[in-house]
Design a protein around this ligand. Structure first.
Ligand code: GAL
Length: 668
């Protein structure tokens, strides 16, 4: 793996799709590109076990030996994300059932129920076979369990497991009925057997049931991961184990809570925006991954908060409905943006473009045209660049602002039956992050309960669920002098998604010096003007001041003159409440001001707009990543040595259009 000043570089390699001559060409090309780590075997179950209990591993022996002979290491995958057809035929009860009761059939991938005993047993068996054979192979750097855990199921196995999980969580039916408020709509449960997974039903489902199902399913997938991990670890404790997370609101995995169960957090990141939004999405994905890794390290009580970009698309942005060509240099810039924010390297999906199969037109490092292509040449250049900046891997990302985020809160906020159907918790997270990103202010993403010792400002964007413990965590931060900025719909509900009475935001009213008595969700593209020149969208509230002072007020309509943004002094801290979604400029200005009062400024105060700056530090050494997302060369005041060019930088560096500079800064 990474370490010793060397970043990982490579991607998913699928030799099972190719004859051995192509393998040999591939490893020669990998050497040319500076590749040092490849993921193998992710979807190779039917090649490894073509019939139940019959294993054909010779080809994988050859592949691993070939990699080793060329100095390339393997992230060896367990192939359990795609059971072979024989498995589905032998175990139809292990095929997944949708919420509508439709049982799916094999023919794609990920078609199994993670709660089905037959699936779990088969997964353990194939993982065990790989562990026995390869745990001490010299090419093995990392175990890559499964691929992107994320499918759900409503079959009888899932239902029985859900009931067991609920009994464990709630203890007795009275507690469950209270947590889910089943007195509403005559849903009282008198027997565990009456409870099902949240299947398709007549009208809105119970929010408590929906939330618990998400939590249960995340735990179920985690148990499936953990049993593979344990047997891989037992075979050789020296080899780290991970699984790669896909990001998205549909993913039923609480990645933060999984983080203490992996040796390295791994994410796959495919931005969906083609314009500047791709850069913002990249920064957010990386900050989330680093936040999960930090949370995991904290929970484990161990310091290693590593994360790795396990997959990304080489030369295209794969948006829904269309592939967008990444302009020359953009692939490297996106990749280095991940490294800037702490990734231990850069990995792609996939190495060589497949000739058939569902993803035959997915971008690849070696495209259908072959290595005589722009994408391969850019990959070679990126390999050289990664080779030059390895020392920065020692530095931790420097950030004094934290955004608090919690998957369960996002799940609950996304439920039907909210006051507006346009609420998107991930968009709220992204909006807060984007405002800081545009202000040039570095931030960490933290989970409730995480240490905030280096963070002078905590931002909670629509953190809808707040348990008493979460509220106490926020309170302790403010009591210690930490500043706070909270947006609408934060702290409204408890951990069971039950509303906290007495006025919103129930859990945090006293800290903010406000009491919200009414919501006014906005329609369509409606904007509500604010004093000071900005606008709000999506949402507005009737905010009563109970100690806070107004910073901006609503203009016009029923809320004319009433506070929209407020500020409150609590000891040494300032707490802010933002009752609408400010437009981008207003949000950026607000967060800049909140950060300034907390004593936090931009990473690189003089950086021109469109230049992203991230600093990594280790003791008195530091590295400054400067990413020029504009189409013109940009000059930034800085001093040190540009590791990419080797040139000394005395007082300013000029970054080419769309290019990157990585400075080893001069020690003070
Ligand atoms: C990932 C997945 C890969 C491949 C890729 C395409 O989410 O892990 O197997 O499907 O997407 O973008």
């Amino acid at each position: 793996m990474a370490g010793h000043g060397r970043l990982c570089y490579g991607g998913d390699w699928n030799p099972e799709q190719w004859p051995p001559e192509v393998w040999r060409e591939d490893v020669a090309l990998m050497r040319r590109a500076g590749v040092n780590l490849v993921t193998v075997g992710v979807f190779a179950w039917s090649r490894l076990e073509p019939a139940p209990g019959r294993y054909t591993l010779g080809w994988l022996d050859d592949v691993l030996d070939l990699l080793h002979a060329h100095g390339i290491r393997a992230a060896l995958a367990t192939p359990t994300a795609s059971p072979p057809p024989w498995f589905s035929l032998a175990h139809p009860d292990a095929l997944p059932v949708t919420a509508e009761g439709v049982r799916l059939h094999h023919g794609s991938r990920d078609t199994y129920c993670a709660a089905a005993p037959a699936y779990r047993a088969a997964a353990r068996r194939i993982a065990g076979v790989l562990a026995d054979r390869y745990a001490h192979h010299p090419a093995l750097a990392l175990w890559h369990v499964h691929n992107e855990y994320g499918t759900t199921c409503h079959c009888a196995h899932a239902e029985a497991a859900f009931r067991r999980w609920l009994a464990d969580r709630h203890g007795d039916l009275d507690s469950l009925n209270a947590a889910w408020v089943t007195s509403f709509w005559s849903q009282h449960y008198a027997d565990w057997a009456e409870i099902s997974t949240p299947r398709a039903t007549q009208y809105l489902a119970n929010p408590g049931q929906l939330l618990d199902f998400r939590r249960f399913w995340s735990d179920t997938l985690l148990a499936a991961y953990a049993e593979q991990r344990d047997l891989l670890r037992a075979a050789n404790p020296a080899v780290p184990v991970t699984t790669n997370h896909v990001l998205g609101d549909w993913v039923p995995v609480d990645q933060g809570r999984w983080a203490s169960e992996v040796d390295l957090v791994a994410i796959d990141h495919y931005p969906s925006a083609v314009d500047g939004g791709a850069e913002e999405q990249t920064a957010l994905a990386a900050d989330l991954a680093r936040g999960w890794a930090r949370h995991g390290a904290h929970r484990r009580g161990a310091g290693d908060a590593s994360w790795l970009l396990m997959e990304s698309a080489p030369h295209q942005i794969h948006t829904a409905g269309r592939m967008h060509t990444r302009e020359p240099g953009r692939m490297a810039r996106h990749s280095l943006a991940h490294v800037a924010r702490g990734s231990r390297g850069v990995m792609f999906f996939q190495w060589r473009a497949s000739l058939g199969g569902a993803e035959r037109f997915h971008s690849a490092v070696v495209p259908h045209a072959g290595p005589d292509s722009r994408v391969f040449r850019e990959a070679v250049r990126l390999g050289e660049q990664l080779g030059r900046i390895g020392e920065a891997d020692a530095g931790a990302v420097d950030a004094a602002v934290a955004i608090g985020w919690d998957a369960a809160s996002g799940w609950a906020l996304g439920h039907p039956g909210m006051p507006s159907a346009r609420l998107d918790p991930y968009a709220e997270l992204a909006a807060a992050h984007r405002a800081l990103w545009r202000a040039g202010i570095a931030c960490d993403v933290v989970l409730p309960g995480d240490p905030l010792d280096v963070h002078r400002l905590l931002v909670l964007p629509a953190l809808y669920l707040a348990s008493d413990a979460t509220a106490a965590w926020v309170r302790a931060h403010v009591r210690a002098g930490g500043h706070l900025l909270v947006t609408w719909l934060t702290g409204v509900a408890d951990e069971h998604a039950r509303i906290r009475p007495g006025g919103y935001p129930g859990a945090l009213r006293d800290l903010l010096g406000v009491r919200v008595t009414e919501f006014h969700p906005l329609a369509g593209d409606d904007r509500v003007p604010l004093t000071g020149g900005g606008t709000g969208r999506l949402w507005a509230e009737t905010v009563q001041l109970t100690g806070a002072e107004p910073v901006a007020a609503y203009l016009g309509g029923v809320l004319d003159g009433s506070p929209a943004v407020t500020r409150h002094r609590v000891g040494a801290a300032t707490t802010w409440y933002v009752s609408t979604r400010p437009d981008e400029d207003t949000y950026r200005r607000l967060l800049t001001e909140a950060a300034r009062l907390a004593g936090v400024g931009p990473v690189c105060p003089g950086a021109p707009p469109g230049v992203e700056a991230v600093r990594r530090r280790a003791g008195d050494r530091s590295w400054l990543f400067l990413l020029n997302h504009t189409g013109r060369p940009q000059r930034v005041a800085a001093a040190g040595t540009d590791l990419l060019t080797g040139a000394p930088v005395d007082d300013a560096v000029t970054i080419p259009a769309g290019g990157v500079a990585v400075l080893r800064e001069r020690s003070p």
